[in-house]
Design a protein around this ligand. Structure first.
Ligand code: COA
Length: 370
């Protein structure tokens, strides 16, 4: 019987780090500018004055202290409020393909493999840079990989659903060594002018090697994957190729990320803990049998809720690592960063990577260190 392993992971981290204080300072300058430019309308009551943001609120509400972004000067300019990158010609490597190649090379090195060993590439992220040609095929070409490649999108669970696809592709005999890459350049969809969410996201790219009967010294056998989706409008992005033919002029903010954070919190939480408990039950395990949980990283309070349901009030923090403080919410990449950076499993110990978010979409991957 063939075993299927995660045998290597890698990340590409953007060069610019932004603290809450830096972000809040520029946001508050933007608010002051907006309020003074609209002083008359605010006085008449036709529009509402904007409020300042605060670093204390951000840490308390989310656990986020920093984030990495692809470019910070424009983001912190109160007249721009978003990162800016140079547009590339069609004959240049596209931005998300470039960062995917960086992350992929690290994952391959950690797996002890060369690009030529790989026979499939999946690029799976909450947002893709373009519709076609697939970013995955561009990455495949850049790395000189034979075989096939495709893109997929599953919101905050894109990376774990991608790992599940790789697992199924290997199981069905379509491939034997697959790269799953998640370029989560969340700056492209975040609304940095929105007080409720300007602090939420960070940019990153992760890569994971999944292979049949890995010879790597640091490998994790995939014991089970469990997926669940349930439609919700509480996290939404209306940007898409139909915008241009709709009989509506969209504002910039209407084509960016929106969420009802409170509802997400209330609705997704019970969903996640019950899915993990069902999976454990189906595998004749209990929550205590799992040494480490690498959970989706959107909000520290969400992670505490889930882990307390599983392990009770007093659990050692290293059993459910948090990377939110440094990276913020990196969409589907968060649980993979936690797995990549904080993994202390010894042979025979088990762990769970679990993502949850937009869709709603949840995926839990049960692993055993070999
Ligand atoms: N600075 C200061 N105060 C702020 C603020 C900011 N940037 N943003 C909101 N507030 C205030 C609000 O005005 C509100 O004040 P009020 O109580 O006087 O009305 C208060 O803080 C609470 O606002 P709320 O939006 O309800 O905060 P919250 O505690 O629910 O936290 C989130 C907000 C978004 C951090 C939280 O709901 C969350 O993370 N939910 C899950 C989201 C998620 O997982 N999404 C997945 C995306 S991939």
């Amino acid at each position: 019987m063939n075993d299927i392993h995660i045998s290597g992971t890698g990340i590409w981290t953007p060069p610019d780090k932004v603290s809450n204080d830096e972000l809040v300072e520029s946001f508050n300058k933007y608010v002051d500018l907006y309020n003074s430019e609209h002083a008359n309308e605010i006085k008449e009551g036709s529009i509402v004055a904007l409020d300042h943001s605060s670093s204390e609120f951000i840490v308390k509400a989310s656990g986020i202290k920093n984030r990495y972004v692809i470019e910070k000067d424009s983001l912190l300019n109160p007249k721009l409020m978003k990162p800016k990158i140079k547009a590339r010609n069609d004959d240049e490597l596209s931005f998300t393909a470039e960062v995917s190649v960086f992350a992929a090379k690290e994952a391959l090195k950690n797996a002890g493999l060369n690009p030529s060993d790989i026979d499939a590439v999946i690029v799976s992220a909450a947002n893709l840079q373009r519709a076609y040609p697939a970013i995955a095929i561009e990455v495949q070409n850049e790395l000189g990989i034979e075989g096939f490649a495709y893109d997929m999108m599953v919101g905050c669970s894109a990376s774990t659903f991608g790992i599940n696809n790789a697992y199924c592709d290997i199981k069905s005999g379509k491939s034997s060594k697959v790269l799953v890459i998640s370029p989560e350049i969340t700056s492209g969809h975040n609304n940095f002018k929105n007080r409720d969410g300007h602090f939420i996201f960070g940019d990153i790219c992760t890569a994971v090697v999944i292979e049949k009967n890995s010879q790597s010294k640091n490998k994790f056998k995939i014991l089970d994957t469990k997926l669940k989706t349930s439609f919700s409008n509480n996290i939404r992005n209306n940007y898409g190729y139909m915008n241009a033919i709709e009989d509506k002029e969209y504002t910039e903010s209407e084509l960016l990320f929106v969420q009802n954070g409170r509802k997400v919190f209330k609705e997704v939480m019970p969903f996640v803990s019950s899915l993990i408990l069902e999976q454990l039950n189906e595998n004749d395990l209990i929550a205590e049998d799992i040494e480490q949980y690498w959970l989706h990283q959107a909000n520290i309070n969400m992670n505490s809720y889930v882990i307390k349901k599983l392990l009770g009030e007093n659990f050692p923090p290293e059993r459910a690592p948090i990377i939110l403080d440094e990276y913020a919410n990196t969409s589907s990449a968060g649980s993979i960063i936690a797995f990549h950076k904080h993994n202390h499993l010894t042979n025979g110990q088990k762990g769970i990577i679990c993502s949850f978010g937009a869709g709603y979409s949840i995926c839990s991957i049960l692993l055993e260190k070999e």
